[in-house]
Design a protein around this ligand. Structure first.
Ligand SMILES: *Cc1c(COP(=O)(O)O)cnc(C)c1O
Length: 402
């Protein structure tokens, strides 16, 4: 069976991890700091903090911004549950909005309609690695009319004076938007290094800070470090310095720091990431060439004058397929030895959200896309022969079932 998305790990990764394991320091330390520095340079933001997941990063920022009960956060209905779960963790309300007709990303018009005086954060999600319309989103939150609606309550909210844009870029590290990389496009960007993502640390994530003046991203970095380590005034490494054992706990913080073992994997991944992206782009091109003349195939955008994807997920849609037919096609593809997937079930389909009163009828575009989408395997180690196997399996399965 051709797997769906195994990580790109090899002797180089093993050597890097072994070095850390034998170094005498395995948790947050020099490797994590180096990875943070390299990520900052790579994406072009002001400062980066690495954590043990993207989820932790999203929640840490939401809490840093003072998100609480009674507040609202605008989240696309078409995303992984993490984007909205963290809002619920904070006691606030995710306001789920539908996606746009043109792609799988949140609709700008729908965001605007959903803004109320309770809105504190917008979380755009770069589905499949395709950047959202960030100019439009940034212009919207800076629009005088929209700023007038905003009701700041905490010092951070007062300093910003508008809705915070926190990009869920779990899929999009390395993607481009008007000559800039994701990570540098909004106030805050959160990447995931989970095992199935383009760039992995097994589990892990990073928060890229790009808050405008007068925010001091260096200071915020220190605050986030503190918050990610039980509110300790010193981290474990600092405490090992001679005579430096005493520390304070400033608040009951979280425990979500990244280990140097993880950072070592990430450093290897980042160093050869362009090569990874190039191969992923070739795979996208291969799929598009194979399906472009099929009347039943609706193919994704991944490169135009304004944007370039990080080639995370290849989302092909089968024109005219119902959800049941799509499921049958998927079954058929698996029987031909190829693993495929579906990204994503819109959140109102899931029990936790259904129970909270969210309705699939409120996100028709998400439901339309979800019901006939299939995610094809994309990863560095796929050979051209594997790709041929995938495209043959998809074409035969669709033609057998439809
Ligand atoms: C994977 C993913 C996350 C969560 O990432 P973790 O690092 O596993 O916390 C968040 N949002 C989206 C869209 C994802 O796909």
């Amino acid at each position: 069976m051709l797997p769906f998305s195994p990580p790109r790990l090899d002797q180089k990764t093993v050597d890097a991890v072994t070095e850390v394991l034998l170094s005498g320091w395995i948790t947050t330390g020099p490797k994590t700091k180096e990875f943070e520095k390299k990520l900052t340079e790579y994406v072009g933001c002001k400062k980066t903090i690495c954590l043990n997941s993207a989820t932790a990063g999203l929640e840490l920022i939401a809490r840093w911004f003072g998100l609480k009960e009674g507040d609202e956060v605008i989240v696309p209905a078409y995303t992984y549950c993490a984007s909205a779960n963290i809002v619920l963790h904070c006691g606030a309300k995710p306001v789920l909005v539908d996606i746009d007709e043109k792609d799988f990303n949140v609709s700008i018009g729908n965001i605007r309609e959903a803004i109320t005086e309770r809105t504190k954060i917008i979380i755009p999600v770069d589905i499949a690695g395709w950047p959202c319309d960030y100019n439009e989103i940034n212009e919207m939150v800076n629009d005088e009319e929209v700023k007038k609606i905003f009701k700041p309550e905490t010092p951070e909210q007062k300093m910003l004076g508008r809705i915070l844009v926190m990009s869920d870029a779990a899929h999009s590290i390395g993607a481009w938007y008007e000559g800039e990389r994701t990570g540098s496009l909004t106030d805050v960007t959160v990447f995931s290094f989970h095992a199935v993502k383009n760039l992995t640390t097994a589990e892990g994530g990073a928060v890229c800070l790009n808050l405008p003046e007068p925010f001091d991203c260096e200071e915020i970095y220190k605050t986030l470090n503190m918050k990610s380590l039980h509110g300790q005034s010193k981290d474990a490494l600092a405490k090992t310095q001679i005579g430096n054992w005493r520390y304070d706990v400033l608040e009951p913080g979280f425990k979500c720091n990244m280990m140097d073992i993880q950072a070592a994997i990430g450093l290897v991944e980042l160093e050869r990431y362009q090569e990874t992206l190039d191969r992923r782009a070739e795979i996208f091109d291969f799929y598009t060439a194979a399906f472009v003349d099929k009347a039943w195939a609706i193919l994704p955008d991944y490169h135009n004058a304004q944007k370039e994807s990080s080639y995370h997920l290849y989302l092909i849609r089968i024109k005219g397929a119902s959800e049941a037919k799509r499921d049958e096609i998927i079954q058929n593809i698996f029987e031909k030895g190829v693993s495929v997937n579906v990204h994503f079930q819109p959140l109102p389909m899931l029990t936790a959200y259904k129970e909270r009163g969210y309705k699939v009828e409120d996100c028709p575009e998400s439901m339309t896309k979800y019901s006939n989408v299939i995610t094809l395997p994309v990863y560095y180690n796929l050979t051209d022969q594997d790709l041929k196997m995938v495209t043959d399996a998809v074409i035969r399965s669709v033609e057998e079932v439809l």
